[in-house]
Design a protein around this ligand. Sequence first.
Ligand SMILES: *Cc1c(COP(=O)(O)O)cnc(C)c1O
Ligand code: SF4
Length: 369
Amino acid sequence: MTSDTSLHAAPATPDTAWQDEIRAGVRHVRDLASLPLSPAERAAAKSAAANHKVRAPKAYLDLIDWNDPADPIRAQVIPSPEELEEVEGELDDPIADHEFSPVPRLTHRHADRVLLFPTYQCAVYCRFCFRKESLTSIGRGYTREALEPALAYISGHPEIREVILTGGDPLSLPDVALAEIFARIEAIPHVRLLRIHTRVPVVLPLRVTSGLVAALQGRLMVTIVTHFNHPREITDATEAACRTLRHAGFVLLNQSVLLKGVNDSVDVLEELCRELMYRLGVKPYYLHHGDLARGMAHRRTTIAQGQALAEALRARLSGICNPIYVLDLPEGGGKVPIGPYYVEAREGGNWRLRGLDGEVRAYAEVVGA
Ligand SMILES: *Cc1c(COP(=O)(O)O)cnc(C)c1O
Ligand code: SF4
């Protein structure tokens, strides 16, 4: 805090408070020196940072219980020695973003929607990120010129209705850059919806300011897809950020990554999904099976474990609180639901289906001629 804040009739939380959260957080691997890390974490940090930068705002670090070596927030942002162990079968580009990239900063795999990468920088660097190779090797921020070819491509493809800003974290950009990007996409008449994939409401909730919201107002339907992984990330501050986004008229969805030792428990996922919907007004959209990102074997569950968790969630939570458990297939196969399954057998129009209570029941189809 600077001394002059008391001289002005500033709001309780000034619109620039988020900058203090960044300054007081970890911005570089050397800032880890001030944290109570284990000797193994300290040793790992330097080598891990060469593959994937280290960064976390103070607000997010404040959620860590430093007495717990297995703390689920710590596990997401502090490099661990296991991260250096790459296993056969892991990939630099697990979902083939590059292969489906006709021009820089854009991936086009499904006819009606594209991924657009306005920046390859984030407010936080999640250790499990499946784009960490791009973030390290490309690593650039936003410039007007850098998006020129991608926007020309979208203009030339009238089948594109949805533009998904991802990266990198689009909401780590300044308001002026966001307003410029919004205006440039809005000017393309066939684009209907702008979607923003972001961890900012989770890790830097004070960044969700009136200026940010104002930058995203106009003709386009706007959907914000947040990335909460654990109920401990749901706080008064993240609640206020989501309220601001909801009141601005945006549709809010969440995607989580299933991470061993972080959220691979029915109780944790149940509380996460319920609080997302009931407290934040954020609909759980996808629960992603852990991608084949390098050095992440220690955080991956098996698919069978994920299916058992998804099945328990289906039985415990209402439909609107339930995410779809998906696997993003390598080679650009897209995101496919991977269970749970309820069809036990089928013979023509005669089905045997397992109910949410576990009982298998017969169901005979009745259709008109
Ligand atoms: C995930 C993804 C999308 C969005 O898919 P939805 O199922 O609509 O959320 C679009 N394009 C690519 C290349 C993706 O990886
Ligand atoms: S914010 Fe998203 S893109 Fe950035 S490191 Fe985390 S998961 Fe990766």
